[in-house]
Design a binder for this molecule. Structure first.
Ligand code: URA
Length: 239
């Protein structure tokens, strides 16, 4: 495997950023500085960036967290609010996969696998996110549901087609493949039914299930494999 890809798979940086780190002489293989991003590595020799060893993807972890309201999904908050990262005691640095609004509850993933995080959030891969939204002014009429399904005009452009069903009057299940800021809230508002409570219940193939609010669990290898596959399958068909 090329060195730059190895670093990206190891969650160090994007492939392009890894190439920059290599060119800057920050990367060693078996203790020697390597400046060729195409240098082959197979994991048998230690690789380090700025002297810190790079672990293989097999050593990477993914946690599912049920984020409570009031907890922010950035790694650190400038206003001192609690963060999702703080909910998971781990022996390594974890990063949230995408974002949920502070007032949104539900499933958010934390990982130290940068390549996986990128695949799960990059628009090119279109990984579906499933939300349950309680909205005001329900029941939502069929015309509004239809508009949400077709795509609505937001100030940063139209939304892509979504899957939308009304589970009971005023409670919608919405599946989108984009991750724009406050997207579900803005979509519902655009059709005249502002959200009063929003929960994410699935990310790609992974469901929140019975995980309690504020709790976390380490994903099993087959669950991580399914997430990886979700970030690959559409990439192949998207072109
Ligand atoms: N859409 C929103 O409006 N908020 C979220 O947190 C996630 C999706």
């Amino acid at each position: 495997m090329r060195l730059a890809k190895f670093l990206a798979n190891g969650g160090v940086a994007s492939r392009r950023a890894a190439e920059g780190q290599i060119a800057d002489g920050r990367v060693t293989v078996a203790g020697e500085i390597v400046r060729d991003p195409a240098r082959g590595v197979d994991g048998s020799e230690p690789v380090a960036v700025d002297g810190r060893p790079v672990a293989l993807p097999a050593d990477r972890v993914v946690y599912a967290v049920n984020k409570p309201a009031g907890v922010v999904s950035t790694a650190r908050d400038t206003h001192g609010r609690p963060t999702v990262v703080g909910l998971v005691p781990a022996d390594r640095r974890l990063y949230p996969v995408g974002r949920l609004d502070a007032d949104t509850t539900g499933l958010i993933l934390l990982t130290d696998d940068g390549e996986l995080a990128n695949r799960l959030t990059h628009p090119r891969y279109g990984v579906p996110r499933t939300y349950r939204a309680k909205v005001l002014g329900g029941p939502v009429p069929e015309a509004a549901l239809h508009a949400l399904r077709r795509g609505v005009e937001l100030d940063d452009g139209p939304t892509a087609p979504a899957q939308v069903r009304q589970l009971r009057p005023g409670v919608l299940e919405i599946i989108i493949r984009e991750g724009r800021k406050r997207q579900v809230r803005r979509m519902c508002e655009a059709v005249g039914h502002p959200v009063s409570a929003l929960e994410r219940i699935a990310f790609g193939p992974l469901r929140l299930g019975r995980l309690k609010l504020g709790a976390h669990r380490l994903l099993e290898a087959d669950e991580v494999d399914a997430l990886r596959a979700a970030g690959v399958s559409r990439a192949r068909t998207a072109r």
